[in-house]
Ligand binder design. Structure first.
Ligand code: ATP
Ligand code: SF4
Ligand code: MG
Length: 332
């Protein structure tokens, strides 16, 4: 029997209350405003797999990431990792043990490193917190090992974050993430703040580490070329919902959702096949007042009356999941 997926996300939703304070609402006659940042998102990630989330700014990618690692409580739905429900019904001990096995890497490596701590202390902090090594010598040895693993020098442990370049700082973040011996890494735009020349080095390092330690990744990026390089399967998000999930090759060769098609058409043609590049059309609607029915309908060239009134439910076919009334009808 095959192993169950490591990560199982079901019906995940998060609403933010973005209303003005109560008194202002009463005096100005304003209504309560709720922003549905993530709605009914479901996906699984197999062990040692990279699953990517893509979508324009504000589509809910980071909100999903925060709920998956346990930083933000869902309004609804569940996140189950290796059989442990992150938010409901699991024993406190199981959740603590799970937290060690999940780490997150953020976009801005400088903001996520304490500027007043030496690198050695930054990397050793999770080792101490989870009791993974005892005594100064053992901790220093482990810190040196981790620095070497990410292509830095063990002597770098004595320096402060500001003494490094952006790429080196992201290497430090990766070393810190690995120090608790995690199984699952959630990477939110890990290379977007870096120079193009450095991005490839960091992405290759992440792939090497994945092979070496059997890591599972949830990888978030707005850069489709990066996602294609990293992920086995891709989830496309639009205004808080997952509109398509497909294996990377299938998504790039034949997207089945009109929004996936629009995103891919905007990617520069690396193969120089002569395909014209189309700019992404239209603007993302206000998430506080999303369009009724399919939220993509004001931008969709295939929209019908049904699209303007009924939310399309995700439908599984040919190894992918697509939420579109016209999927499979041969019009996309
Ligand atoms: N704490 C919060 N309070 C209120 N609204 C929020 C909060 N966090 C996120 N949002 C809103 O939720 C929506 C989704 O935001 P999110 O940061 O998840 O998008 P994203 O896909 O990660 O975007 P980006 O590509 O810009 O990082 C946005 O409309 C955002 O303004
Ligand atoms: S459901 Fe309708 S509007 Fe939405 S993507 Fe499909 S065809 Fe376009
Ligand atoms: Mg984000």
């Amino acid at each position: 029997m095959s192993e169950p997926p490591l990560v199982d996300v079901r019906g995940l939703s998060r609403t933010f209350d973005v209303s003005k304070p109560w008194l202002n609402r009463v005096l100005e006659g304003d209504e309560r405003r709720l922003l549905k940042a993530v709605q009914d998102v479901s996906f699984t990630i197999e062990r040692r797999e990279t699953f990517a989330l893509v979508g324009e700014s504000g589509s809910g990618k980071s909100t999903v990431a925060k709920m998956v690692v346990g930083l933000l409580q869902p309004t609804d739905g569940s996140v189950t990792i290796d059989g442990v429900d992150m938010w409901k019904g699991s024993a406190a001990g199981d959740i603590k043990a799970l937290r060690r096995r999940i780490q997150m890497i953020f976009q801005d490596p400088y903001a996520s490193l304490n500027p007043r701590w030496r690198v050695g202390r930054i990397i050793a902090d999770p080792i101490r917190a989870f009791g993974l090594a005892k005594g100064k010598a053992e901790i220093e040895h482990r810190t040196g090992e981790l620095l070497r693993l990410v292509g830095l020098d063990p002597l770098d442990a004595r320096k402060y974050p500001h003494e490094f370049s952006g790429g080196q700082r992201q290497r430090i973040c990766i070393a810190r993430a690995l120090s608790s011996k995690p199984q699952f890494l959630v990477c939110d735009e890990p290379t977007s703040a870096l120079d193009v020349s450095v991005q490839a080095q960091i992405l290759n390092l992440m792939r090497d580490l994945q092979d070496q330690f059997g890591l599972t990744y949830l990888f978030i990026s707005h850069n489709l070329a990066v996602v294609r390089h990293m992920a086995a399967r891709i989830g496309v998000m639009y205004l808080g919902r997952l509109v398509e999930i497909a294996p990377a090759g299938a998504l790039f060769s034949a997207p089945q959702h009109p929004y996936s098609r629009m995103l891919l058409d905007a990617v520069p043609d690396l193969k120089m096949s002569g395909r014209p590049r189309k700019m992404i059309e239209g603007e993302i609607p206000n998430p506080i007042r999303p369009p009724p029915g399919c939220a993509f309908h004001p931008r969709c060239p295939l929209a019908t009356d049904q699209c303007r009134s009924e939310v399309p439910l995700p439908l599984a076919f040919q190894g992918r999941t697509v939420a579109c009334h016209e999927a499979g009808a041969g019009r996309i």
